[in-house]
Design a protein around this ligand. Structure first.
Ligand code: MG
Length: 108
């Protein structure tokens, strides 16, 4: 499955209508990313930072939720997911070539 194929299938499960679609998706993305972070945080507290004890299946589902929001928000913004991932890899590759991965700033 390509990223665009995933994006299309994900969009078929998006039921919110109207002008609040984009804010809804942005909030959902942050919420699902928070769920991932919360599970990692709990491994620090409950398992003395032993991340081997993380429930991979549970994290897989939460990461999938993050992906759904990224795909669906991208689509609502008129962006193909294939383009989003390609642009991201190109950006990171360029930073790596210039030794700028570890520095700061959105446009480095
Ligand atoms: Mg979730």
């Amino acid at each position: 499955m390509t990223c665009n194929e995933y994006q299309l299938k994900a969009a078929a499960t998006f039921i919110v209508e109207g002008e609040m679609k984009i804010p809804y998706l942005a909030l959902g993305l942050v919420g699902e990313a928070g769920e991932v972070a919360e599970k990692i945080k709990k491994a620090i507290r409950n398992h003395n930072s032993d991340f081997s004890k993380l429930d991979r299946d549970d994290l897989k589902r939460e990461l999938g939720d993050v992906l759904w929001y990224i795909a669906t928000l991208s689509r609502e913004l008129g962006l193909e997911l294939d383009d989003v991932v390609t642009t991201n890899l190109e950006k990171l590759s360029d930073r790596k070539e210039r030794g700028a991965i570890a520095s700061t700033g959105d446009y480095r």
